[in-house]
Design a protein. Structure first.
Length: 194
C-alpha cells in the first residue's frame, strides 16, 4: 500500500523524488511488518494458525504428522482434538466429542458398566481419522474400562462357495514309518465337485 509515509508529511515534500522513493520502500516494509503481526496473531489460535505454528504445536503434543497425506485442516482439527480431551469421562462427552471430530452419526458410544466395557462403533474409512479417534478414546477413557472397537462400514460382500475333493495317499503302515524318510501323507490335486 503506497502513501503510508507521505500522507503524514507536509505538502511540499510530495514533489521530491527522494521522499517518493522513501515512501515506496518504507510502505513495503510497513506492509511486511503488518503481515507479520497479522500472522503472529493468527498463530495464537489453532483454527487460523499457519503451517509453522501447526508444526510447533504438533512437536509439543508429540504428534507425528504426515504432510503428504494429511491436510492442514485435518492437522488443525487433530490439535484441537488433543487439547480438548482433558476432561472427566462420560459417555455423553465422548459421543459429543467424536461427533464434533468425525461428524454426527458416524460413531456410536456404548458403555456397559457391569462389565467395565466401552464399545465404540465407527463408520470411518479414512485411516488417519480412525487412528486419531482411537488415540482420543484411549486418552479420554478411564484406565479401568476396556475399549472395544466395532466397525460399521456399509460394504457389500459377495460370497462364492465351491466344494473340492482331494485324494490323500498315506505313505506309511503302522510301525513302519521312518521319521523324515518321506512325507506322512501325499495330497493329490483338488478336483471341484459338481
Amino acid at each position: 500500500m503506497r502513501d503510508r509515509i507521505m500522507q503524514h508529511l507536509p505538502e511540499f515534500y510530495r514533489g521530491i523524488r527522494d521522499f517518493a522513493e522513501l515512501d515506496r520502500t518504507e510502505s513495503a516494509e510497513l506492509d511486511d511488518l503488518e503481515n507479520a503481526v497479522r500472522g503472529l496473531l493468527d498463530d495464537q489460535f489453532v483454527e487460523t494458525s499457519g503451517i509453522a505454528a501447526v508444526r510447533r504445536r504438533e512437536r509439543m503434543l508429540g504428534i507425528q504428522a504426515d504432510p503428504a497425506r494429511e491436510s492442514l485442516e485435518f492437522r488443525r482439527a487433530r490439535i484441537i482434538n488433543r487439547y480438548s480431551t482433558k476432561v472427566p469421562f462420560t459417555a455423553r462427552f465422548l459421543q459429543e466429542h467424536l461427533d464434533r471430530f468425525v461428524g454426527p452419526g458416524r460413531t456410536l458410544v456404548e458403555v456397559d458398566p457391569d462389565h467395565y466395557l466401552l464399545t465404540v462403533t465407527a463408520a470411518i474409512d479414512d485411516a488417519e481419522v480412525f487412528r486419531e479417534v482411537e488415540h482420543t478414546i484411549k486418552q479420554i477413557k478411564p484406565a479401568n474400562i476396556v475399549y472395544q472397537q466395532n466397525t460399521a462400514l456399509n460394504d457389500d460382500l459377495v460370497l462364492v462357495e465351491i466344494v473340492v475333493m482331494q485324494e490323500i495317499t498315506w505313505n506309511y503302515t503302522l510301525g513302519s514309518w521312518q521319521l523324515g524318510a518321506e512325507p506322512f501323507a501325499t495330497l493329490g490335486p483338488e478336483v471341484p465337485v459338481a
